[in-house]
Design a protein around this ligand. Structure first.
Ligand SMILES: [Zn+2]
Length: 118
């Protein structure tokens, strides 16, 4: 009898439930044991990390490792930065358009916001 054991390696992505997105998302494996058990994976969409305790997924409350801080128009954003917008929710900067304009992806919609305002 052959038992198939799934082994995971760091850098692999797996599809699993994201506690923050509340849907299944691709997760990038951050850490795994020598036995191939995932110990930490990060959601590719919202960057929330989930940890695994003895094979049981326990979600880490947002704000433990990668925090999306509230959108602040006076702040200067860079591509890839996460933010929490009071209207649109959590987003990620996809591009810096001009000195004071950024494109931010919220869910599946990109919105243009201002930043670096004095
Ligand atoms: Zn997520």
């Amino acid at each position: 009898m052959v038992t198939k054991v799934e082994k995971y390696v760091i850098g692999d992505s797996i599809n699993m439930m994201c506690s923050a997105c509340d849907v299944e998302q691709n997760h990038l494996i951050q850490t795994a044991t020598k036995q191939g058990k995932i110990t930490c994976a990060v959601c590719e969409v919202c960057a929330t990390s989930s940890t695994f305790n003895r094979g049981v997924k326990t979600s880490v409350a947002m704000g433990k490792s990668k925090t999306a801080s509230p959108y602040d128009r006076t702040r200067k954003y860079r591509k890839g930065q996460a933010m929490m917008h009071s209207h649109f929710g959590q987003g990620e900067v996809t591009a810096v358009i001009e000195l004071q304009k950024i494109d931010v992806l919220f869910g599946d919609r990109t919105r243009r916001l201002i930043h670096a305002q004095e």
